[in-house]
Unconditional design. Structure first.
Length: 303
């Protein structure tokens, strides 16, 4: 399906929010089905680990919280698996966005997204290492700014959130600069910063607002089924300490952990769209690709 959306154009803060909503409405079915379709097997594995860990936890008064020390080992493996899953979903979401903006259509499959991800997997690993080093370099000044913001009444927490969004959009643009061949790995961070510097605060605010609105919307949509599930569990299954030692209790804990995982991944996916729109806007302001494309189209196609 062709999509009527202009990726490269100048936008103000309010325009970013509206552009995100417009794009999401156009592609949400294809986007969600493609990304979660590619993540079905990892999610199934995570669900099994959740259930296994729930069987290792007991709430009985005459026993310890964990049956044995292996539960801590499995918990550590679960955390590593969740980090890997988050990076994987973020990566395939980026590849989805790249295909979307190149084709201006959803006429591509999950297999194409996965193929692009695999072909660029080396770049993802190399950038991950470089990103860790870059964050180490900027950690102290960022920590100082965050500490100052924490003491500002009322708006301090929002300032910290915006600061985090600014760092996120900087890293996102740095990777796409490297991924699309605009910069080498060693210079992509400085090149992205130069591109964003004049409007970095504006971009950070826009990203923060979009993520906040989307997070609230997803929570409002999710809260009704969660309340219904909680009421049914309380009235028909009986919620107490002994309940969580039963099979139904373990299953409910598994679904709870899986829901939190899906919620987090959904926010990652929305973050890619929001950051991608900002990236294309900032890139157009720097390189003027949209203007050159319009000039090339003047006169029509060559016969």
């Amino acid at each position: 399906m062709e999509i009527d959306f202009e990726f490269q154009k100048e936008r103000k803060i309010g325009d970013f929010v509206q552009s995100f909503i417009d794009l999401f409405k156009l592609i949400y079915r294809h986007f969600v089905s493609t990304i979660f379709g590619l993540s079905a097997l990892p999610l199934a594995g995570i669900a099994l680990v959740y259930y296994f860990l729930s069987t290792k936890i007991t709430f009985s008064a005459n026993s310890d919280s964990f049956e044995d020390i292996d539960a801590f080992t499995w918990a550590g493996l679960l955390i590593l698996a969740l980090i890997a899953l988050g990076l994987y979903v973020y990566g395939i979401s980026i590849e989805y966005f790249v295909l979307l903006k190149e084709r201006k259509s959803t006429a591509f499959s999950g297999a194409e997204v996965l193929k692009n991800f695999r072909s660029n997997l080396g770049k993802y690993f190399m950038f991950l290492i470089a990103m860790i080093l870059a964050l180490i370099v900027v950690f102290i000044p960022l920590a100082i700014v965050a500490a100052i913001c924490a003491f500002i009444p009322f708006v301090g927490s929002f300032a910290i959130g915006i600061l985090g969004s600014m760092v996120g959009i900087w890293l996102f643009c740095s990777f796409l600069f490297y991924r699309e061949g605009y910069s080498e790995l060693g210079s992509c961070f400085t090149d992205a910063y130069v591109m964003l510097s004049k409007k970095l605060i504006q971009y950070g605010i826009a990203t923060y607002i979009v993520n906040f609105i989307f997070q609230m919307a997803v929570m409002m949509i999710s809260i009704v089924p969660l309340i219904i599930m909680g009421l049914l569990s309380f009235n028909f299954l009986g919620i107490d300490a002994a309940f969580f030692d039963s099979s139904w209790g373990k299953l409910l804990m598994t679904f709870g952990g899986l829901f939190i995982t899906l919620f987090t991944l959904f926010l990652y996916m929305s973050g890619v769209l929001a950051n991608g729109i900002i990236y294309e806007t900032a890139k157009d302001l720097k390189f003027g690709e949209r203007i050159y494309g319009m000039i090339e189209k003047i006169g029509g196609k060559d016969e």
